[in-house]
Design a protein around this ligand. Structure first.
Ligand code: LLP
Length: 421
């Protein structure tokens, strides 16, 4: 386990005398102060991840637009903003959060297949960098609204290049049967008719291949296809946005190191698109491994078939295992000596799909009251959480060295009905 912690955190997660630390804070102390379930983020790890991206793409110095759907807590957004990134948004709510966190309009890019008229108005008023446009209908709507607002807005056309990637079926977004983007034929038709869109500037092209992609080759394949397409159409984009999707290790696994990943993509980009600005939209890579979900064992249950650790975090707090069968390492806050046993680690929710990990080998001495850490939970953890089964959402904490900052208070029981009459 130490090896995994080292791989994902370069020493920011560690066991000291058998106790799990996040940066310089003892996890058990955090849970006795804030309770469980509890999301904890490492500030330094987020900063390190941003630096790694910046270094590995240094040949092109792209604008890094953090994809805030991964985790949109304001403290995290402020940290990412302070680190010099822009932001990738997909709704009016995310726009408002981005502005509240201090992002300037010109560092905001707006994607999504179903932007409403209101969302488009707000984004134009905020002077965003560009819209990523996903259909002709949307393009016409943006043009009309921009006209009404007497403005000219930047658009990047999201091209669907039919590139397959090795990830969960639900998070592949560049196959032609998905709802995303415009086909090359549609993009080429828009380019030919760009004069019809008087209030738009076709600033560039965007693609997003999918999520948790662990190698650079699909990006290079996409860029190759894009190059051929641009040569054929004669379109000269100012911006090429290659989306996000950069993978992270959820266990000890073979994944292309970011240094190699970034350099390969950058080298190809510089050679083939010399004077074009690059935008990237990583979400998971920045926050995924920087977050941990702490949970307490409520019961240790044995049936004829299995041993279960029933914990106080469930699929409402972290839905990834239930939804995508995703693997998250689960490790103890305090290491016990002795034998291990095989457990399913499950939540309290009334669904068989409510599990955090299956067939995990953990100490036979673990029992009710002990704390476990579900690792790599910083991306699509809290942001996909819900109140299902009448469960208030967890608190979120950020650790920086010895410092502990509350990012979000635990919801209370009365929060559960505060919007009901
Ligand atoms: N840009 C666009 C247009 C996207 O749709 C996404 C993610 C990203 C950037 C950021 O992707 P990332 O770098 O985080 O992989 N809930 C799923 C992931 C859904 C991703 C949706 N789009 C999960 O938990 O695995």
């Amino acid at each position: 386990m130490e090896k995994y912690l080292e791989i994902i955190s370069n020493g920011l997660y560690s066991y000291r005398k058998g106790k799990l630390f996040i940066e310089d804070v003892d996890v058990e102390k955090l849970v006795s102060r804030f309770g469980t379930p509890l999301y904890v983020y490492s500030c330094s790890l987020i900063q390190n991840q941003i630096k790694k991206i910046r270094d590995s793409f240094k040949n092109v110095s792209p604008l890094i637009c953090y994809s805030m759907k991964a985790n949109s807590n304001l403290k995290i957004l402020k940290l990412v903003h302070k680190s010099g990134c822009g932001v990738d948004i997909v709704s009016g709510g995310e726009l408002a959060r981005a502005l509240k966190a201090g992002f300037k309009g010109n560092s905001i890019v707006f994607a999504g297949v179903g932007k409403t008229a209101n969302e488009i108005v707000e984004a134009i008023k905020a002077n965003i960098y560009f819209f990523t446009v996903e259909s002709i209908e949307e393009l016409k709507t943006i043009d009309k609204i921009a006209g009404n607002l007497k403005s000219k807005v930047n658009c990047c056309l999201r091209i669907n290049l039919d590139v397959d990637v090795d990830t969960h079926h639900y998070t592949k977004t560049a196959k032609k049967e998905t709802k995303f983007g415009l086909s090359p034929q549609q993009v080429s038709s828009v380019i030919r008719h760009q004069r019809d869109f008087k209030h738009l500037k076709l600033a560039g092209i965007q693609f997003h291949l999918g999520s948790n992609i662990k190698i650079s080759s699909p990006y290079i394949e996409a860029l190759k296809r894009l190059k051929t397409f641009l040569d054929d159409t004669g379109f000269k984009p100012q911006i090429i946005d290659i989306g996000g999707g950069f993978g992270i290790p959820y266990r000890i696994e073979n994944i292309e190191p970011i240094e190699v990943f970034g350099e390969r993509i950058s080298d190809f980009f510089v050679k083939n698109f010399p004077s074009v600005s690059m935008v990237i939209e990583p979400g998971r890579f920045i926050v995924g491994n920087a977050g941990v979900l702490l949970t307490r064992i409520i019961y240790k249950k044995k049936t004829e078939a299995k041993k279960f650790l029933i914990v106080d975090a469930g699929m409402n707090d972290l839905i990834r295992p239930a939804l995508y069968n995703s693997y998250h390492e689960i490790i103890p806050a305090v290491v016990y000596k002795g034998m291990n046993e095989t457990y399913d680690i499950v939540g309290p929710i009334c669904e068989t799909g409510d599990f955090l990990g299956k067939e995990r080998s953990l100490s036979a001495n673990l029992d009710a009251g002990d704390v476990l850490a579900v690792m790599s939970a910083g991306a699509y953890g809290f942001s996909m959480s819900s109140n299902y089964n009448g469960r208030p959402r967890p608190a979120e904490i950020m650790v920086s060295g010895k410092k502990v900052i509350v990012c979000r208070k635990r919801e209370t029981i009365s929060d559960l009905w505060k919007h009901e009459m």
